[in-house]
Structure formats: structure tokens, C-alpha cells
Design a protein around this ligand. Structure first.
Ligand code: UD1
Length: 419
């Protein structure tokens, strides 16, 4: 991706469906035997990777051009999910709960390490054991089996997002009560709960730390709309702040990203809520960004998925900002790349100390993960001169049409094939 920096952004951008909501809802279709319809799916690499996996398990998938997908799951069988799929997308582990719930067995490769840390799935597995599933780890695969699952009381050590979702899906076919405590409270968890309710399960408390589920033995296929992507919305908000200009961000409820709005306002950026799902961000050329401190935390705290984008923004603030990453152990890979662009950032354990510089300079840089790629695009938009970002395939996992969307806002950005 090649970006000529220094062009402010003007216009409006429409937010796509959320990747992190789409993946669990697609996996939930496996719980039923029939034809489910899922709408507002984003066109993303992670979604097509999950299609590949669902087809491998025997689903038939048909798409229309408007982002709706029909998934027919009557011929699904619980065959082995290979490492090749799990390593390209860790969220593949989301099929574990649905498969074991429907068929009494599942075999899924264990995800390994990834760029942002170890990211184990031990809490998913412990939770499944509480519901009566036998778990065996064998040559890099999780083998899950059970005669009959039963309800249970699960207290998660950490409010893991995909872990909560996996366990909700497993409990959704158990005709007994299950309680998940210290559950993740993300809007994507609530979106999944809504799909499970349409399927016939009773789910209460999604969006709080305690989720109560009474499953159904006769699940119905469902018709479900994916919620908008709050991280995509936050990324365009931060982009407008760093590049300057005035942009309306449309289609994402504001309550999904309150901490992002508040931190932008603390940084001196104007944010106007024009309606429930239209927000306008403005920074006049030459107006200073003020330093702010950020602590990432599970929802409703400041999202770890917005940390890298804010690091780019704060690298040109007037003063020193601290960003502490509390969710992942190694999510500072973008720091070295920002330093190549002239940022003054030091790391002290889980905290980055960011001393704002006058301006960033374009440079060749390398994307290391999805949100780090977004951070480098933001830095490129504000930098003097040309920034060339390689390994851009990470972006296609999570941002629909990113260069088209930025291009329409006036950014000078284009994609070239890597040599
Ligand atoms: C999800 C999101 C990801 C986001 C993250 C945190 C999806 C598809 N991905 O990832 O974009 O960055 O939430 O908001 O929704 N942990 C364990 N054991 C487990 C599970 C997690 O120790 O069994 C740890 C992880 O290593 C991490 C923390 O818990 O330190 C949170 O991870 P988790 O919420 O599970 O992230 P994901 O669900 O993988």
C-alpha cells in the first residue's frame, strides 16, 4: 500500500458489518440442520476463510452481491479442522463448541502463537469440560467428545471473547441451565446471543458479566443481521484526527465506541454526534493533538483493537502520552515501524511512552498484524512524503475496501503488487 501523506480527509464513510460479530454467527449456523440467512456480512479474508472451513465440514454456502449469505447445514459432519485453516485464522476455534454440541465430537487443531502473543484457548476447553465434554490434546489437535452434555456453572478466569462465544454456542443445545460468569460483554457477544435466541435457545444477560442459557434440542435455522464494526468506525475516526479534515462516520451506534470518542475529545479533536449512528469527526489543519493516557481493557473499556491506531495519533501529540496494553502480552509490534517513520516511542514492559514529535516522515514499513497495519496507514496519511507498507494482506482480513474508502475521503492511497 503506497500512501502520499499530508492530505486531509473530507466526506463520509459507511461502516461495514463487524468481522468479530460475523465469525461467531457463521459458526452458530453449524448448530442447526437447515438453511440460515446471515446479512450485512463484511467482504473480508477472515470471512472467506471461515466459509472454506464451513464447506470443509459439509455446509453449502451461497452468497448474493449485497452481503447476504445462505448457509445450508443439514449435511454437516464433524470432520477434523486442519492446522492450515486454524493458523491463518485463530477464530476457527469457534467451530469447536457448535460441533461438539451437535455431534458429540469435534477435532480442531490447536492455534499456536501469533504476532500479538500466545493466545491460548485453555479457558474455552476448561469451560467445555464443565459442560461434560472430555478433552484430549493429541499431536497438536483438540479432541473433544461427550456422550451427553449437561448444563453447568462456568466462571471464566478472564472475560475471553471467543471463549465466551464458544461456550454460549455449546450451551445453546443443552436442555438445562448454564451460567457463564466473568463473561465477555462485547457487543459482538450480544449479537451472537440474539442469533441463538432466534434459533430457539433462551439467553439472558448477554452484554453483562453473567450470561444464563437454557438451550434447545430442536434448533431452528435463523435469519440474522451482523452488527456494524465498531473497530472500523474507530479507525476512521482516528484517521480523521491524525490526517485532519472533517468526516461523517455512518452506520455504527455510538454506544459501541464511547471510550474511543472520549479519548479523541480529550486529545482536542471535535466529535459531534449527529444521530444515533452518525458521528462527525473534525480536526482543523494545524490544530494540536493533546497527549492522553490510555489503558486497554475488555469491553466497555478502551479496546485493544484500537490501541495501535491511537499510538499513531499520539505520536504527533504535543507532549507525552502513555499507552498501557493490558489484554495481550505482545501487542507493540507496530512501535518499531512507527519509529522508522520518526516517532519517539519507548517501551517499558506493557507500557509505551510516546513523546509527540512535530511530524512523521514517510518510510518503507512492514505490517505485522491486522491492527498494526491500520496504524501504519494512519501514520502514512499524516506523514510527510511517501509511505510504502508491505505485507498488507493482514489488512484484508479485517477492513473491507480500505483503499477505496480512504480514496473517497481524499487520501492518496493505492495498492501495488508486492515484488
Ligand atoms: C477477540 C477478538 C480480537 C480482540 C480480542 C480482545 C474475535 C474473532 N477476535 O479475540 O479482535 O483483540 O477479542 O478484545 O472476536 N486468553 C487465555 N486463555 C483463553 C482465551 C484467552 O489466556 O482460553 C487470554 C488471551 O491470551 C488474551 C486475553 O485472554 O490475553 C483476551 O483474549 P480473548 O478475549 O480470548 O481474545 P480473542 O477472543 O482471541
Amino acid at each position: 500500500m503506497i500512501i502520499e501523506g499530508g492530505h486531509p480527509l473530507f466526506g463520509e464513510v459507511h461502516i461495514s458489518g463487524a468481522k468479530n460479530a460475523a465469525l461467531p454467527v457463521l459458526a452458530a449456523a453449524l448448530l442447526t440442520a437447515g438453511n440460515s440467512r446471515i446479512t450485512n456480512l463484511p467482504k473480508l479474508r477472515d470471512v472467506t476463510t471461515l466459509f472454506e472451513l464451513l464447506r470443509l465440514l459439509g455446509s453449502r454456502i451461497e452468497q448474493d452481491s449485497r452481503g447476504s449469505v445462505f448457509i445450508e447445514t443439514s449435511k454437516v459432519c464433524p470432520c477434523r479442522v486442519p492446522y492450515e485453516l486454524v493458523k491463518t485464522m485463530r477464530a476457527s476455534a469457534l467451530v469447536l463448541g457448535p460441533l461438539v454440541a451437535r455431534f458429540g465430537r469435534a477435532e480442531v487443531a490447536l492455534p499456536g502463537g501469533c504476532a500479538i502473543g500466545a493466545r491460548p484457548i485453555d479457558l474455552h476447553l476448561k469451560g467445555l469440560q464443565k459442560l461434560g465434554v472430555d478433552i484430549e490434546l493429541d499431536e497438536g489437535y483438540v479432541k473433544a467428545e461427550c456422550q451427553k452434555m449437561h448444563g453447568g456453572h462456568i466462571v471464566l478466569d478472564l472475560p475471553t471473547v471467543t471463549g465466551t462465544e464458544n461456550l454460549m454456542m455449546a450451551a445453546a443445545l443443552i436442555d438445562e441451565d448454564t451460567i457463564i460468569e466473568n463473561a465477555a460483554r462485547e457487543p459482538e457477544v450480544v449479537n451472537l446471543a440474539d442469533a441463538l435466541k432466534k434459533m430457539g435457545s433462551s439467553v439472558e444477560g448477554a452484554g453483562t458479566g453473567s450470561i444464563f442459557i437454557h438451550g434447545t434440542r430442536s434448533p431452528r435455522p435463523f435469519d440474522h443481521r451482523i452488527i456494524p464494526d465498531r473497530i472500523e468506525a474507530g479507525t476512521y475516526m482516528a484517521a480523521t484526527a491524525i490526517a485532519g479534515g472533517k468526516v461523517k462516520i455512518k452506520g455504527c451506534p455510538q454506544e459501541f465506541f464511547t471510550p474511543v470518542t472520549e479519548k479523541l475529545q480529550d486529545a482536542g479533536v471535535t466529535v459531534r454526534c449527529l444521530s444515533d449512528d452518525i458521528i462527525e469527526v473534525e480536526r482543523e489543519q494545524g490544530m494540536d493533538i493533546m497527549p492522553v493516557d490510555i489503558n486497554t481493557a475488555p469491553y466497555p473499556g478502551f479496546p485493544t483493537d484500537m490501541q495501535a491506531q491511537f499510538m499513531a495519533l499520539l505520536s504527533i501529540a504535543r507532549g507525552v502520552s502513555l499507552i498501557t496494553e493490558n489484554v495481550f502480552e505482545n501487542r507493540f509490534m507496530h512501535v518499531l515501524e512507527l519509529q522508522r517513520m520518526g516517532a519517539d516511542i519507548k517501551l517499558d514492559g506493557h507500557t509505551a511512552i510516546i513523546k509527540g514529535v512535530e511530524s512523521l516522515g514517510g518510510a518503507p514499513v512492514m505490517a505485522t498484524d491486522l491492527r498494526a497495519s491500520a496504524c501504519l496507514i494512519l501514520a502514512g496519511l499524516a506523514a510527510k512524503g511517501k509511505t510504502t507498507i508491505s505485507r498488507i494482506y493482514h489488512l484484508d482480513r479485517g477492513y473491507e475496501g480500505i483503499e477505496e474508502k480512504f480514496g473517497r475521503l481524499g487520501a492518496i492511497i493505492r495498492r501495488e503488487k508486492e515484488k
